[in-house]
Design a protein around this ligand. Structure first.
Ligand code: ADP
Length: 633
């Protein structure tokens, strides 16, 4: 029986509280059994037997009925009534009962909680004072004990209470240590699980991005060619579907990055007008296609340049605006931006997205920011979505130290307001910004290559033949001479014989990956490309990739799938200027912002004015929160 009891109190499947209740009450009962024969009257022993049976039944029933708190309270009441009775019938001060008052305090402390525990502390104190007072002022109420009985009872009780309290504390200590070890183990398991989940999401994203790269890339080639309207229409639909799939993968990756604490906020200086133009260009056309009016109200006093995470701010606003368009069938979508000065170089910007759509039921509002949770499923059945957008938005806003609020009335409309604090880079006011005054892009414009470089020679390294084909086709119009290598070893053999102006390198390749290949390239004794810029062109879009590739010595990073325009812009910014003939007819768009060519590889014009001859090993231009443009020394 003792073995079974021991097994129960060490069984982690049972709640810690129930195990403590069993332990303390069990020890209390053992103590009562032991003290029973010591110097007590027959009445005294009888009362204790009745109480013991009652306690055993209470423990049994309260555990069976899963009301352990009530069981502990009833046992505490029994002890509170038992000890005074024992006190008066067993000899008062001259017995071992006073020590058991102490045990009563210990029992209450361990088994009761909250206000109930405080109440019982007061009751224990009052009871002790009452018993002592009565015994002092009315000694005739206390049964007289023979001196040697009193001596044995008292000594035995002190030892018993002392020992039992020690045993109790030892057990409790052990239970806490075990719980602690278990918690640590579970924490490690959760961390391990998170790592595995993050790894899974990255590799899943990599695996899906590779075929999407082929689909988007080759589809772009179809769109470039003069095909029939029907084929072009199909190609445009494929493009739309692939981009949707890509945004879904990006959302899942973002959620995984945020969960693992790897989402970084990168503050850069950006032009507010350019940001609004880009967002409006993306959204107003969608609103128009749905027959919605798109309204824009931008505070003209907003500084023209701010410092913030431009990419994430864009992501937040596009998400909210996409939702507004998605969940509105008639009426309008309004984007309003206003600002308030916080300090001389700090501003608070409120971005508000309002729609006249279906709104959210009041009871559903608390759930709309939960990941993977879509509300009003019945009504939204035919509207595509995953329930990830608002969760990402909320977490990004929190990471940036901002606030988000929602005000929605079912069937009337919704208003989402995001507040972000940012530093001012250029204090000049943005001025009037309207739909008409924004910088427009013409998405439907036919493709034109941005430059030609027939004398340039580049190498593309990728283990996937389709990826090699896509890059070759996307850059075909630029007339660049392109060699391909399907492994690190082949790349090294080519660089032994040829000089390239730029190398585009995949990361995850069998046998020798892109990073190993880059190291080997840099250290190749007779190689001709030791100092050639190498850009990572990879589907590996996991956490902190920018940092990784920068640290490993790559000159830039392009995530697959990559569009023709982006690829051209990246290659253009790296190729020596003398090899490039820019196409004068092509308008230079904003695309430069999206390519990630690390500053040490960018060819910037530097004007050196000095009266002494000295050596400049390199010029470092900080990209973060710096004005774009040419540097001057
Ligand atoms: P989803 O991919 O489902 O759009 P979100 O996280 O973006 O996921 O939004 C969560 C839920 O919040 C949506 O399923 C929708 O019910 C509701 N919701 C979000 N924005 C709006 C809006 N502008 N109007 C009405 N309901 C909205």
């Amino acid at each position: 029986m003792i073995k079974k009891w021991f097994e129960i109190i060490t069984d982690h499947r049972i709640s810690l509280y129930e195990r403590m209740f069993r332990l303390v009450t069990g020890i209390c009962m053992i103590a009562l059994v032991f003290t029973m024969p010591m110097g007590r009257t027959l009445w005294n022993i009888l009362i204790m037997v009745v109480y013991l049976i009652a306690m055993a039944l209470i423990v049994k029933f309260s555990i069976r009925k899963k009301c352990v708190h009530t069981g502990a309270t009833i046992v505490a009441i029994l002890l509170l009534t038992l000890f005074p009775v024992c006190f008066f019938t067993a000899g008062g001060f001259y017995s071992g009962v006073p020590e058991w008052f102490v045990f009563c305090f210990v029992y209450v402390c361990i088994t009761l909680q909250g206000r109930r525990r405080n109440t019982f502390f007061v009751l224990c104190t009052l009871e002790t004072l009452f018993c002592y007072g009565m015994a002092f002022y009315h000694p005739e109420l206390v049964a007289q004990n023979e001196q040697h009985h009193a001596f044995f009872d008292s000594a035995f009780s002190v030892i018993m209470v002392g020992l039992l309290t020690c045993v109790l504390l030892m057990f409790l200590n052990r239970m806490y240590e075990e719980e602690n070890a278990l918690t640590q183990k579970q924490k490690k398991e959760i961390e391990e699980l998170n790592r595995a989940e993050n790894h899974f999401f990255s590799s899943m994203s990599h695996e899906i991005r590779t075929p999407i790269n082929t689909i988007i890339g080759l589809n772009e080639i179809i769109l470039r060619e003069n095909t029939s309207e029907e084929v072009a229409e199909n190609a445009r639909n494929i493009q739309g579907a692939s981009k949707l799939l890509l945004s879904l993968i990006n959302d899942i990756l973002d959620i995984s990055k945020i969960k693992s604490g790897k989402m970084e906020i990168v503050n850069v200086s950006y032009e507010t007008g350019a940001l609004f133009s880009e967002i409006v260009n993306m959204i107003w056309i969608k609103a128009k296609e749905k027959g919605l009016e798109f309204k824009l109200q931008v505070d003209s006093s907003i500084p023209s340049m701010l410092c913030g995470d431009e990419v994430r701010i864009k992501q937040i606003l596009i998400n909210l605006l996409n939702n507004a368009v998605k969940y509105t069938s008639e009426g309008s979508v309004t984007l309003s931006v206003r600002c308030e000065r916080q300090a001389i170089n700090r501003v608070r910007v409120w971005y508000s997205v309002e729609d006249t759509g279906q709104g959210v039921k009041k009871e559903n509002i608390p759930y709309i920011f939960n990941a993977f949770r879509r509300v009003d499923e019945e009504r939204n059945r035919y509207i595509e979505g995953t329930g990830l957008g608002l969760s990402i938005v909320q977490q990004l806003v929190e990471l940036m130290g901002g606030e988000i609020s929602v005000n929605s009335v079912y069937t009337i409309g919704s208003k989402f307001v995001v507040m972000l604090e940012q530093d001012i880079v250029d204090d000049r006011e943005l001025g009037t910004f309207t739909l008409a005054s924004r910088t427009k892009v013409h998405e439907s414009e036919a493709y034109q290559q941005s430059f030609e470089a027939p004398d340039a020679h580049i190498l593309v390294v990728d283990d996937n033949d389709m990826n090699l084909l896509v890059v070759k086709k996307l850059l075909a119009e630029t007339k660049i001479q392109i060699d391909t290598a399907s492994s690190g070893a082949e790349c090294l053999s080519l660089t032994q014989n040829y000089h390239y102006d730029c190398i585009l390198m995949d990361h995850l390749m069998p046998e020798m990956d892109g990073i190993e290949c880059l190291y080997a390239l840099r250290a190749q004794p007779t190689g001709l490309c030791q100092n050639v810029p190498v850009v990572a062109l990879t589907a590996n879009a996991g956490s902190d990739n920018q940092l990784l590739y920068r640290k490993e010595g790559f000159s830039g990073y392009l995530a697959k799938p990559v569009s023709g325009a982006l690829l051209e812009a990246a290659v253009l910014s790296i190729l020596p200027k003398e090899l490039v003939h820019l196409n004068e007819n092509v308008r230079q768009t904003d695309i430069e912002k999206d390519i990630l060519i690390f500053e040490q590889a960018q060819r910037r014009s530097v004007l050196v004015t000095t009266d002494s001859v000295c050596c400049f090993s390199f010029v470092h231009l900080p990209r973060q929160c710096s004005h774009k443009g040419e540097s001057m020394i």
